[in-house]
Design a protein around this ligand. Structure first.
Ligand code: GLC
Length: 610
């Protein structure tokens, strides 16, 4: 059957009901008047919206799943997103702007002309876009204990996101990582809520004076206690923490996992993303007490709650039940990457059956429209292309390099650091010395990230080579055998993890790979050595620690690896402190500051200086 255009269908409905409201959006319609208070604009627009218009606003489709461009005007999506790595063929600022402006033009063909809000994960810079500045992941920013620096990173990230026509960032993750085995530990600022709370400064950076050029909507995620899940290998037989069950008291939930959300709400965060995880067996995506009574009632959150990636489908095997429970629990917009027609029609049907009150729909839509008006999206729905030069700007790269420096934590130093720049012969080794993909970690160009030269920037080895004097000789051998580790004055062994994201990063153990372990043995037995760990979380290396003359935690520094050499060679001092406990062995994990019998290799907050 030839599908009627949405406008025709709408007009037909209006004619049939006799309410032949013009619905014409003459420019004097109050909701189109930016001089009016947001509340008035929301009220006026809501009064003009059909149930279909409202359901459209609550639907977020994934760009790769939109097979039919006229779906965009037909459904008039409230939002479209790019999941990790979901990029236009032309992955340049112009390519992004052209794609998003195309979707916006289509969206504005719908009668009410409500602009679409495009969302993306720019969790350590605009990490899907080639050439963007890639900042250290949150675990490294937590080590800086510098909220002002992190606010500036929020400003820089927002400008690079804004430059591509995107006005909504699914960041920051304010998760509190309580188990180092969790694959999202590096997305956390640390194990104690004090750090994530102070780092909500990034929201001030991103949202600024919301609606001004260069500002984007922030998202505090994933509400709540996503980092507090228990190891669960019982059910699936697999080993899993991510999206698991936080089996904790309400007192612990409030003490450990809630504080950063209070801070984010005080800062006016525009959206909050629900967690995939459960609390004592109940999925967050269907948890009315937490999403509505606590978040919107007690904490007074006035923004909107977005679900996670098909997260409502985890509630049960019944799509209607999932929609009903999620929306009634307090989800306002549904991230529906797979089947937006099913979600849209199911929500329409559940409201028409009376299973979801119109008051809940109106509350959700009002929350969404409020943020769109605050963003100035109705007045400026298209990309401001004057910002293209913000992508990977030298100013932003310098800021990222500063963040790398301040994120480094000195854990051991037997008078080998700082390294003299005129050291005659230096051997650099290890899997992460010359791999900008590994030093950037997950959520870089793709969802999982990847090894190799996947982005422009400076590897740690390149930073070392640029820092030493012209008379120095720097050799790089990834995993040197004993013969290759002869005749050098100093060794720098850069070890650690390969990229991963979310559950794919859950690990039963955190020991270094065999190649890196051999590199430490061969280099450190032949010369003075500095070991640098590039990882998303602590690595178990206690048995090899005595062989190391110095040990540095570098986390996941991103594109500006020069920051590591800046400190190793003494141009800057160390200032970082552990944001997470460094265990002696896997037997201690999970281990957190405040635990009884707390006896780690290096304690939360530990960090030496020159
Ligand atoms: C992912 C993550 C969430 C992200 C979303 C969209 O599964 O859980 O952090 O914002 O999907 O990419």
């Amino acid at each position: 059957m030839l599908r009627k255009s949405r406008a025709t269908r709408m007009l037909t409905a209006l004619l049939l009901t006799g309410a032949v409201s013009t619905q014409a959006q003459s420019q004097d319609a109050p909701y189109l008047n930016p001089k009016l208070p947001v509340e008035e604009r929301v009220k006026d627009l809501l009064s003009r919206m059909s149930l279909e218009d409202k359901v459209g606003q609550m639907t977020q489709a994934e760009r790769g799943n939109i097979k039919n461009l006229d779906d965009v005007s037909y459904y008039a999506f409230g939002s479209i997103l790019s999941g990790g790595g979901s990029v236009p063929a032309d992955n340049s600022p112009e390519g992004w702007a052209n794609m998003i402006d195309m979707y916006q033009r289509e969206t504005l063909k719908a009668p009410l002309k409500i602009p679409m809000l495009y969302g993306i994960d720019a969790v350590h810079g605009h990490n899907n876009v080639y050439g963007a500045t890639i900042f250290p992941h949150n675990i490294g920013l937590g080590a800086t204990r510098n909220p002002e620096l992190v606010k500036k990173i929020g400003e820089a990230t927002a400008k690079e996101v804004y430059a591509t026509g995107i006005r909504w960032n699914f960041a920051p993750c304010v998760c509190i990582a309580r188990d180092e085995r969790w694959g999202r530990t590096y997305e956390s600022y640390g194990e104690d809520p004090e750090i994530a709370t102070m780092m909500t400064s990034i929201i001030d950076g991103m949202q600024g004076n919301l609606g001004q050029p260069g500002t984007v909507l922030a998202t505090a995620k994933h509400f709540v206690a996503d980092g507090g899940t228990a190891l669960d290998s019982s059910t699936t037989g697999n080993y899993s923490l991510d999206q698991g069950d936080s089996r904790i008291s309400e007192e612990e939930l409030r003490k450990i996992h809630l504080p950063p959300y209070k801070a984010a709400i005080e800062k006016g965060v525009g959206s909050i993303m629900a967690s995939f995880s459960s609390w004592n067996g109940v999925k967050l995506h269907g948890h009315k007490y937490l999403l509505t009574d606590l978040l919107k009632g007690e904490l007074g959150f006035k923004g909107f709650v977005i679900s996670d990636w098909a997260g409502i489908d985890q509630i049960s095997n019944d799509p209607a039940k999932n929609v009903r429970e999620a929306i009634n629990a307090g989800i306002d917009m549904v991230m529906e990457p797979n089947n937006y027609p099913r979600f849209y029609n199911t929500l329409l049907s559940e409201v028409e059956k009376g299973n979801i009150p119109m008051s809940r729909i109106d509350d959700a839509v009002s929350r969404i429209l409020t943020q769109k008006f605050k963003l100035g999206l109705f007045e400026n729905p298209f990309t401001d292309r004057s910002y293209f030069n913000q992508l990977g700007s030298q100013e932003h790269r310098d800021l990222a390099r500063q963040a790398v420096r301040e994120s480094l934590v000195l854990l051991k130093n037997e008078q080998v650091l700082p390294i003299k720049k005129d050291t005659a012969k230096i051997l650099v080794a290890g899997s992460n010395a010359d791999d900008i993909g590994n030093q950037s970690g997950g959520w870089t160009m793709t969802w999982q990230g990847g090894s190799g030269k996947i982005i422009p920037g400076t590897s740690i080895l390149e930073g070392i080579q640029k820092t030493v004097s012209s008379t120095s000789k720097v050799d790089y051998v990834k995993w040197p055998d004993p013969d290759q580790a002869k005749g050098y004055d100093l060794g720098i062994v850069v070890v650690g993890e390969r990229p991963y994201a979310e559950g794919q990063g859950d690990r039963e153990n955190l020991v270094l790979g065999d190649g890196d372990r051999r590199a430490i043995d061969n280099v450190c037995s032949a010369m003075k050595c500095v070991v640098v760990v590039v990882s998303g979380r602590p690595q178990i290396l206690t048995d090899q620690l005595p062989k190391m003359n110095a040990l540095v935690a570098a986390w996941l520094p991103g594109s500006e690896g020069q920051g590591v050499a800046d400190v190793l060679f003494g141009d800057f001092n160390f200032s970082g402190k552990l944001p997470i406990t460094w265990p002696k062995s896997m037997d201690q994990v999970p281990i957190n500051v405040g635990d009884a019998n707390y006896d780690p290799l290096f304690a939360y907050g530990y960090g030496l200086k020159y």
